[in-house]
Design a protein around this ligand. Structure first.
Ligand SMILES: Nc1ncnc2c1ncn2[C@@H]1O[C@H](COP(=O)(O)OP(=O)(O)OP(=O)(O)O)[C@@H](O)[C@H]1O
Length: 592
């Protein structure tokens, strides 16, 4: 938590000093009110003894009390306002940093933290930290200053009467410390359980259709109930323990009042408290109120000691994210990719191992792809096709070997430069809420309407977009849920085309298209991508058999590189796949 304070802005500090100054004044005036009260009781006593009216003096005292109370209220409002400003601004700043940090994460860090935990850390944990910062600013000064000043005052008035208050302080500190020992470890658990709950809820909501289709609501329900019950149980324990504080506090406070009254009565009887019994009563009342203020101050302090660790758990979770250096990062002295006409991409003996895995999923992959070429990856499921293409935009960095674009290692260039050269079309057509225009402009922010229409036409998306009531401005729901899988894929392809990149990566991006649209799209793409390199991952032989290079993968190794014709002739793995999908005639005709 303390480490997060390094994200404090400079102007918080003068404001914190201002809070401290205001608090010092407020404590003095608040305690002065108690002295005024004693004064009024003494005046009443004086009126009784002397028979002279003290109304004017009492009114004067009352008016002064009113003025002081108003000042105290004003200070409270100011302190609350300043602390809220600091808290809100700090958290806004922190949230932005967290967002930027997560944006810079590679898939490795995302997998390490888990999306659900990153969401909890960016929301729930941030709120906890905000609460604690505001609470600290409001109470961390008030409570100790009040306690110290009030203790000084009561010792000054009467040491014997101070004894019950001293004992009560001890009891309260002991009581709260015991609860603290039990409760603190639970805070950390509560946050982790909130992560789990978030994950199950998220999975259940995103996979709602699958759950329904498999009639698995019961199964999912029991999974949810388990994490929900666990979280509720822990929360209940925390709350029950905390709730024990209140009755305990009341007991101690009432005990103090009783003890002070009893001791004061004895002292008054012995005539050792004040010059007359009424002054004794005034002192006793003053003591009781001081006692309550001191105990409240201690309770607040100890509550802070309980709440701060809770915020600290959240602070630590946020700091973990902020303090993680992404494995994929920009070089200190970035090179630029030579802007040559004919782009060239080279895999040099690339090996790749997923973080935490024992074995490489890709081994010794080498090939060169040139401008205008289509390079296809094919292989059984799990053979490493997606992994290979994820290395090109540096979703992960290679474990061994290198990938070069125009002779420059992609790790030596800025990621933004690299990504400017790449048009990536994921397997799952992912659209963002907004409209078609806003989705296409993710590819090119300043794209004109003509450019958008051209891209939609190439991607075979123009017709269905124009059929929509608002055409280019047709609404896109979250995740593109109001479009079919094939339509989503075509819009994603249009989004990449509009960028006119040097390198296209199609990760099984034609899988949701019917054969006719698939063929039309690839014909239109051919012209558009004639100066680019096209990487295609596909399951269908039909989609890739015209590629200039087909790389056949088997358990992470390139077991064949060549054209359809060459591979069909002498590559066993390729033959098996090809003959399982198309007839001999289809395959041989296609290759001509
Ligand atoms: N994030 C990950 N962490 C660890 N292992 C992974 C991860 N992603 C994939 N793998 C493993 O790497 C291997 C290759 O996976 P990859 O997704 O590249 O295969 P693929 O050929 O694209 O499969 P498919 O055709 O089914 O999409 C698989 O054994 C898979 O279990």
């Amino acid at each position: 938590m303390i480490k997060l304070f390094k994200y404090f802005k400079w102007w918080y500090y003068p404001l914190i000093l201002l809070i401290l100054g205001l608090t010092l004044i407020q404590v003095e005036v608040d305690l002065a009110l108690i002295d005024y009260m004693r004064e009024i009781i003494t005046l009443v006593g004086l009126a009784n003894i002397t028979g002279q009216s003290q109304t004017t003096a009492i009114l004067e005292q009352g008016l002064e009390m009113l003025g002081i109370s108003l000042l105290s209220i004003l200070i409270t409002i100011s302190v609350y306002y300043i602390s809220s400003r600091i808290g809100a601004n700090f958290v806004k700043h922190l949230r932005k940093r967290l967002y930027d940090q997560i944006q810079g994460f590679s898939l490795e860090e995302i997998n390490e933290f888990q999306t659900s935990s990153l969401i909890t850390r960016s929301t729930n944990d941030i709120t906890q930290v905000q609460m604690v910062v505001i609470m600290l600013l409001r109470l961390a000064f008030t409570a100790p200053i009040t306690a110290v000043r009030a203790i000084m005052k009561i010792i000054d008035i009467d040491l014997t009467l101070s004894m019950p208050i001293a004992i009560a302080i001890l009891v309260i500190v002991l009581m709260i410390s015991t609860i603290f020992v039990f409760v603190t470890p639970l805070f950390s658990k509560v946050q982790t359980m909130t992560d789990d709950l978030n994950q199950v809820t998220r999975e259940n909501l995103t996979g709602l259709r699958v759950v329904r289709a498999h009639n698995a609501e019961g199964y999912e329900h029991s999974k949810f109930r388990k994490v929900n019950d666990k979280l509720t149980r822990t929360n209940l324990i925390v709350n029950r323990l905390m709730q024990m504080l209140m009755p305990g506090m009341m007991l101690v406070m009432n005990g103090v009042s009783l003890a002070v009254t009893w001791m004061a009565a004895v002292l008054i009887q012995n005539q050792s408290l004040g010059s007359n019994p009424l002054e004794g009563i005034a002192i006793q009342s003053q003591f009781s109120i001081y006692g309550i203020r001191i105990l409240f101050a201690f309770m607040t302090l100890t509550m802070l000691f309980i709440m701060v660790p809770r915020g600290a758990v959240s602070g630590r979770r946020i700091y973990e994210v902020l303090n993680t250096t992404p494995k994929v990062k920009d070089p200190v002295n970035p090179k630029s990719i030579p802007d040559q006409q004919a782009v060239e991409l080279k895999f040099n003996d690339v090996c790749f191992k997923y973080p935490g895995a024992n074995e490489c999923v890709l081994e010794n992959i080498s090939f060169t792809a040139k401008a205008g070429q289509t390079v296809a990856f094919i292989g059984s499921t799990g053979s490493g096709k997606s992994t290979i293409i994820n290395l090109i935009p540096r979703f992960y960095d290679v474990s061994n070997g290198s990938i070069e674009i125009n002779g420059v290692d992609i790790r030596d260039v800025k990621q933004s430069d690299l990504l400017d050269h790449i048009g990536y079309i994921p397997q799952k057509g992912l659209l963002f809420s907004g409209d078609i225009t806003s989705n296409l402009r993710i590819g090119k922010p300043d794209a004109t309407e003509e450019e958008m229409i051209e891209a939609l036409k190439i991607a075979q998306a123009y017709d269905f977009v124009m059929e929509k009531e608002n055409g280019l401005n047709a609404e896109v729901a979250q995740g593109g849920k109001n479009f079919s899988g094939g339509q989503r894929q075509r819009l994603c392809i249009a989004r990449a085309i509009i960028k006119k990149p040097k390198i296209y990566i199609f990760d099984d991006s034609f899988s949701a298209l019917d054969y006719q649209t698939d063929r039309k799209l690839r014909t239109a793409l051919k012209e558009q991508t004639k100066d680019s390199i096209n990487f295609i991952v596909a399951q269908r032989i039909g989609t890739i058999m015209n590629a200039d290079q087909i790389i056949v993968l088997d358990q992470g190794r390139a077991v064949g590189i060549g054209t359809h014709q060459a591979l069909l002739k002498d590559n066993k793995v390729y033959q098996e796949m090809a003959y399982s999908q198309l007839s001999k005639e289809e395959l041989e005709n296609a290759s001509l």
